[in-house]
Design a protein around this ligand. Structure first.
Ligand code: NDP
Ligand SMILES: O=C1O[C@H](COP(=O)(O)O)[C@@H](O)[C@H](O)[C@H]1O
Length: 512
């Protein structure tokens, strides 16, 4: 298929400052500081903010975890920034940034640990000569969320006399509707809703925010963004990686809880929501919740699940899920999930949304495809043939990652004496147009949380409404364990049942 790339003149974007939003003096306190997330994502993201001059002069990071890491913590984080942050040794500001890091060892249930943490934070304020805002980041297993929040409240760290206290809570936010409600109640007892930042890093991705820009800043797309023109929507979140040593976590989670209930529902809400009156947190979050609440209860036959067997991914032989470390050899946990959703509102009635997510798929690709209805083809009957077998519908594809961009497929006349229509593609690529885009959402979200901007964070209503949709499915899956697991080979596109799910409607998953 012929492709034309859409580009932006480099002069246009060369010296554009990325942002001028610098937070007030702040301390970021990371619980779970010796963990995977902190090293791979959080510290590199904070350093990128430092490099862009987006951190305040008075800024510090306090890592909190169980092990007594003493002086090895800061050097370890330095290694992480070099390894995972795409940063080179000797890069400007690196040592200055590392000097802002300190470490506090404690058990999460130890009162004395919290008293000492408060003393440490007071000392940091003294050093800076002012009360700094405090951002507590809970990068810990979900069972600790409520306990840590309680202790912060009991030790007067939720409401310091001056400066703001805010808390970022990692996903998964609960494991079903009831536990999400309970967690919301627990956290709301200590922090006000405007202090709580429930993070979903997909919302920090440039390409995800660009869905709103694409829809609402361009006059040509929004008028056709509805049931009159759109045939159906597909959202794919395919990962080539497996569970990466996170056996105990994944055994309890599975694909539906891990990515569908949160990341994929966020993507869906941006595709389907009505224009908000502004980009203020309440306006955006309110429109998202309306979409989720308009989704019809999902019948079990509109779902499919799978688990990967051994296979070949990127030329490497990999083991099956049941052979992974710390996974039950008889595990029934799904590593793939697909659903068909129907949004019962004026814009979307009758337009199915098909979602699929899986680990150990043929390649890593998160994409949204909007397939349009075809016009009457009377004029072209018998006109296709030649190099193009049949006339294809228009498709807009939003590539969330990798190779971030957006493409539009349309029909063009194939040069010949006949009226032959061939599909061609106009393609916008972030990398070509703007230089590389920051695909790691944590950078933007950490900055927003320090600024107190909750637009890109989940609200209490939001998490509860997505759990309300998926809890009945999880319960039914639990009651009827799959008899065919593992049912897809690593390196494939998932189980047959997912093809049957979309095939029943006479459609196919789009090749990504
Ligand atoms: N890793 C990832 O890519 C992603 C993770 N998340 C979420 O982020 C959170 C953290 O994940 P991850 O970093 O992978 O987890 P890890 O298991 O790698 O890290 C857990 C951290 O918690 C600390 N810890 C555990 N128990 C205690 C305790 N009783 N007292 C004090 N410290 C304790 C550990 O300290 P010590 O080492 O000293 O034992 C460690 O620092 C989870 O909620 C996860 O779902 C979300 C998206 C992606
Ligand atoms: O939250 C999670 O997300 C990652 C995928 O994130 P991405 O930014 O790499 O797309 C997923 O691998 C992990 O299982 C899940 O917990």
């Amino acid at each position: 298929m012929a492709t034309t790339e859409v580009s932006v003149s480099p002069e246009l974007v060369k010296d554009v400052p990325r942002s001028e939003r610098v937070p007030e003096p702040s301390v970021v306190i990371i619980f779970g500081a010796s963990g995977d997330l902190t090293k791979r994502k959080l510290l590199p993201a904070l350093f990128h903010l430092e490099q862009q001059g987006l951190l305040p002069q008075e800024f510090a990071i306090v890592g909190v975890a169980r092990r007594d890491l003493k002086s090895s913590f800061a050097p370890d984080m330095r290694d992480g920034i070099l390894k995972f942050g795409g940063v080179k040794e000797g890069e400007n500001k690196l040592d200055e940034f590392i000097a802002r890091i300190s470490y506090h060892a404690m058990e999460f249930d130890n009162d004395d640990g919290y008293s000492k943490l408060r003393d440490l934070l007071d000392k940091i304020d003294e050093k800076h000569g002012k009360k700094c805002n405090r951002l507590f980041y809970l990068a810990v297993a979900p069972e600790y969320f409520a306990d840590i929040v309680n202790h912060l409240g009991a030790h007067s760290m939720a409401q310091p006399e001056a400066g703001h206290a805010r808390v970022i809570i990692e996903k998964p936010f609960g494991h079903d509707l009831e536990s999400a409600r309970q967690l919301n109640d627990d956290v709301n007892k200590v922090f006000d809703e405007n202090q709580i930042f429930r993070i979903d890093h997909y919302l920090g991705k440039e390409t995800v925010q660009n869905i709103l820009v694409f829809r609402f800043a361009n006059g040509i797309f929004e008028p056709i963004w509805n049931r009159n023109y759109i045939d159906h929507v597909q959202i794919t979140a395919a990962e080539s990686i497996g569970i990466e040593g996170r056996g105990p976590f994944y055994e309890k989670a599975g694909a539906l809880r891990d990515v569908v209930q949160n990341h994929m529902m966020e993507l869906l809400s941006f595709v389907a929501m009505e224009p908000p009156v502004s980009f203020e947190a309440d306006a955006v979050r309110g429109e998202k919740v309306k979409v989720w609440k308009a989704i019809k209860p999902i019948p079990i036959e509109n779902t499919a699940r799978g688990q990967y067997a051994a296979g070949t991914v990127d030329g490497q032989q990999v083991k099956g899920y049941r052979e992974e470390e710390r996974v039950d050899p008889q595990s029934r946990t799904e590593t793939f999930a697909a659903v068909k959703l129907e949004i019962e509102n004026w814009r979307w009635a009758g337009v199915p949304f098909y979602l699929r997510a899986g680990k150990r798929m043929a390649k890593r690709a998160t994409e949204i495809t909007i397939q349009f209805k075809q016009p009457p083809m009377l004029l072209f009957s018998g006109a296709s043939g030649g190099p193009c077998k049949e006339i294809q519908p228009n498709i807009i594809t939003m590539r969330i990652q990798p190779d971030e961009g957006i493409s539009l497929r349309f029909g063009a006349k194939f040069p010949s004496p006949d009226m032959t229509v061939c599909p061609v593609v106009m393609d916008f690529k972030y990398a070509g147009a703007f230089g590389s885009s920051s695909a790691n959402g944590y950078e933007r979200l950490l900055l927003d949380a320090m600024l107190g901007d909750a637009t890109l964070f989940a609200h209490r209503d939001g998490v509860e409404s997505t759990w309300a949709l998926y809890t009945p499915i999880l319960e039914k899956w639990q009651k009827t364990p799959p008899s065919d697991f593992p049912n897809y080979a690593s390196g494939s596109w998932g189980p047959d049942c997912a093809n049957e799910l979309i095939g029943r409607d006479g459609r196919k998953w789009k090749k990504v």
